[in-house]
Ligand binder design. Structure first.
Ligand code: WT7
Length: 690
């Protein structure tokens, strides 16, 4: 490939050069690359010369940020060329048009994600520990080196291949955090199969829905899971799910416990078959934009969406954020306690850390098993350098005596991180001062399944820059946040609140919704044309820092897990005695938010409401998951609706939160007397609860 020397950094922003850079596009095949206008016009798309990233990364963080947004081709092109191993180099850094949902990075490049996460490290330090599996029982951790993880991944990849799984096939992984779950993800990546990890707390129906939507050919699972000394049967959940999934040809079953699982027609004993396979598996060269994985998440409709992530851009973005946001350095033990079933587990337990050659912790247990000191005892025993967790766990732990923290040595900790939901001040200060002894930067990281990696976080910043408590603060490299006003106009200046959008594409962003690209466009790019809409609101402070204010749609966040209220309503509405329901989220001091269900029952004297409510709880738990079961059910005669039949959730929220003093404008209600009815029902409910 012809390399074109880029202008030295000092000429950044000079008029003529910049104008061409921003205006021109890549020449098509066969077009001239001679030194004329056309050649200059190819500059933004050409990968910078090797070694550019090394030079750039010596810049101060504010300068690097400036470069990342003024010259994203140079920034991302050099990072991709120098940080990743390519089978074939890319010839164009990006080809994106947000208004039509076309997002393509590192065009024409070929690489393999598993090679970047394993082989490149095995060449340099085969015996470095890749994974520390912190199993449920404290003190029984298992270490897996990069060499071992590569071998296991290859055996698993060969197992998949020998059962007919090929490039492009979808594979569901229904497993708790474990080295085999990681190997299954990487094995898919090695052969070009597309994994979809389903959180092992989801019900068989929820699992089946995802397998059907993705058209999975195989499922990888284990007999049982173990968490907080409780044994959870997973195989039977998979058995129930695959009954309605005709695309599934094989179920690979690993043995987490001694308990033998009943094996049926589709089932393959994983460890046994793997042991007969070769520990070498050639890696499939994949296009930058081939699918890496799908991850289902909730939106504002009842049907979860399969968020699509692809190869190179995702890997680059997760590795770069992992290094810079958490100040990861060679030799660190990175402790992200998320489950691999969520995006946090994908990006910061698996892909980001492994791409950087880190030692990453797989946490199988709970924050309170066998006692509330578990996290900190683990930090001491494993010498963890970065601890990345969820506010909901912190809010639970801070209720116990600080001695549960202080009795363990936390001197190995260097950075603390929080993710998944807004962190309240009390939790932030406790984490920072009690756990971190005030000496570790605590980063509140804002991002989403769709963003692939952290987008707003206090780091990176100039060395020593102060962190504002409980605030995500700064955009990461390449991220350009915009706040939009009520009329869809971008808000300028500071001390303003609006809808949080990102105005330029970045490599880690989702590429589509599986099987429904139109939904992708409608959900993220239609509301504010040309911008990615996050669904969150945010405030830009006087200093220009970002504070996330919460979801603007009907999505709630229960213990850091995203849930669409419509999903819960769909499950409840299946009950024959329930003509109508409305679910909203209300604040909860540990879980952040909990669902509150308003339920209309059929006018039938034979109905026993407590029995129906119990049946409704069971319905949500079997259709979605236990954590989705509403904490509150209020039986009402009618729901407050506008004349056009739309439920006024604003009023329901006020009733549930007991702020009916100011109901706002109720003039659009079809029948305002319904409000009084519901308030009375709620008062009765409160009295009975006491
Ligand atoms: C939603 C995304 C990011 C991985 C885990 C959740 C909320 C996430 C923060 C934060 C305030 C946050 C947002 C976002 N959220 N992090 N630091 N402060 N809110 O991923 O399930 O895709 O949920 O979680 O509302 O939109 P997810």
């Amino acid at each position: 490939m012809q390399r074109i020397n880029m202008a030295p950094l000092s000429s950044r922003g000079t008029g003529f050069f910049r104008t061409l850079l921003t205006r021109c596009r890549t020449p098509g095949p066969g077009q001239s690359r001679t030194p004329d206008r056309c050649r200059l016009s190819s500059l933004p798309s050409s990968p910078p010369p090797p070694g550019t990233w090394q030079q750039l990364s010596r810049l101060s963080h504010p300068d690097l940020y400036r470069l990342s947004v003024t010259d994203p081709d140079r920034f991302w092109g050099s990072a991709a060329a120098d940080r990743l191993r390519w089978v074939e180099p890319f010839h164009r850094v990006r080809d994106c048009d947000l208004s039509s949902g076309r997002i393509s990075w590192f065009v024409g490049g070929k690489l393999n994600v598993s090679v970047n996460c394993l082989d490149v490290h095995v060449e340099k330090h085969p015996d470095r520990v890749a994974l520390i599996w912190e199993r449920d029982e404290p003190g029984t951790e298992v270490k897996v080196t990069y060499r071992e993880l590569l071998e296991t991944t290859c055996r698993l990849a060969n197992t998949l291949k020998s059962h007919g799984i090929q490039k492009g096939d979808r594979v569901a992984i229904y497993m708790p955090v474990s080295p085999l779950a990681v190997a299954a993800m990487l094995a898919c990546a090695r052969i070009g199969a597309v994994h979809t990890v389903v959180f092992a707390g989801f019900s068989s129906e929820a699992l089946a829905g995802r397998i059907q939507d993705a058209g999975c050919k195989a499922v990888v699972t284990c007999n049982q899971g173990v968490r907080g000394a409780r044994v959870i049967d997973l195989k039977s959940t998979v058995d129930a799910a695959v009954k309605s999934c005709p695309t599934v040809q094989h179920v690979f079953v690993s043995q987490r416990t001694q308990q033998p699982a009943a094996m049926g027609r589709l089932d393959v004993p994983l460890e046994e078959v793997m042991s007969r396979q070769s520990s070498v598996c050639p890696a499939e060269p994949l296009d930058s934009e081939d699918l890496l994985f799908l991850l289902y998440t909730s939106g504002s409709t009842g049907k979860p969406k399969g968020v699509v992530h692809t190869q190179a851009g995702y890997l680059l973005y997760t590795s770069l954020t992992h290094q810079y946001v958490f100040d990861y350095r060679d030799g660190d033990v990175f402790g992200c306690v998320a489950d691999v079933g969520w995006i946090t587990g994908h990006s910061y337990v698996v892909y980001g850390p492994l791409c950087n050659g880190a030692t990453t912790v797989l946490f199988e247990s709970t924050p309170v098993y066998p006692n509330p000191g578990r996290y900190w005892e683990t930090v001491q025993r494993l010498r963890i350098s970065q601890f990345y967790g969820a506010p909901t766990a912190l809010r639970l732990l801070l209720k116990y005596d600080d001695s549960w923290v202080k009795k363990y040595d936390r001197s190995s900790l260097r950075t603390l991180g929080s993710v998944g939901e807004p962190i309240n001040h009390e939790a932030w200060h406790w984490f920072h001062s009690v756990v971190g002894e005030g000496r570790c930067p605590l980063v509140d990281t804002w991002w989403q399944t769709e963003t692939g990696g952290v987008c707003i976080a206090p780091r990176p910043a100039e060395e020593g820059a102060a962190i504002v408590p409980a605030m995500a603060m700064r955009p990461f490299f390449g991220i350009q946040p915009v706040l939009m006003g009520e009329k869809g106009e971008p808000l300028s200046g500071n001390s303003v609140s609006g809808a949080l959008c990102i105005s330029q594409p970045w490599p880690g962003m989702a590429r589509s919704i599986y099987g429904d690209h139109q939904r992708f466009i409608d959900a993220y790019f239609k509301p504010y044309p040309g911008n990615y809409f996050t669904g969150d609101g945010a405030f830009r402070s006087e200093e220009g820092y970002y504070q996330i204010t919460g979801r603007m749609d009907d999505v709630i966040n229960v213990s850091g897990h995203r849930l669409g209220t419509a999903e819960i309503e769909d499950a409840l509405d299946e009950h024959p005695a329930v003509p109508e329901t409305a679910v909203i989220g209300i604040p909860h001091d540990i879980k952040g938010e909990v669902p509150f269900a308003f339920v209309v029952l059929k006018d039938d004297p034979g109905l026993d409401p407590p029995v129906v409510l119990q049946q409704l709880r069971n319905l949500v738990s079997t259709k979605i998951a236990k954590y989705a079961v509403p904490d509150h059910f209020l039986v009402v005669k009618r729901l407050p609706k506008t004349r056009s039949g739309k439920i006024m959730r604003r009023i329901l929220r006020k009733v549930a939160m007991e702020t009916t003093g100011d109901l706002g404008d109720v003039s659009t209600l079809d029948d305002p007397s319904v409000v009084k009815e519901i308030i009375e029902a709620h008062e009765l409910y409160r009295k009975q609860k006491k």
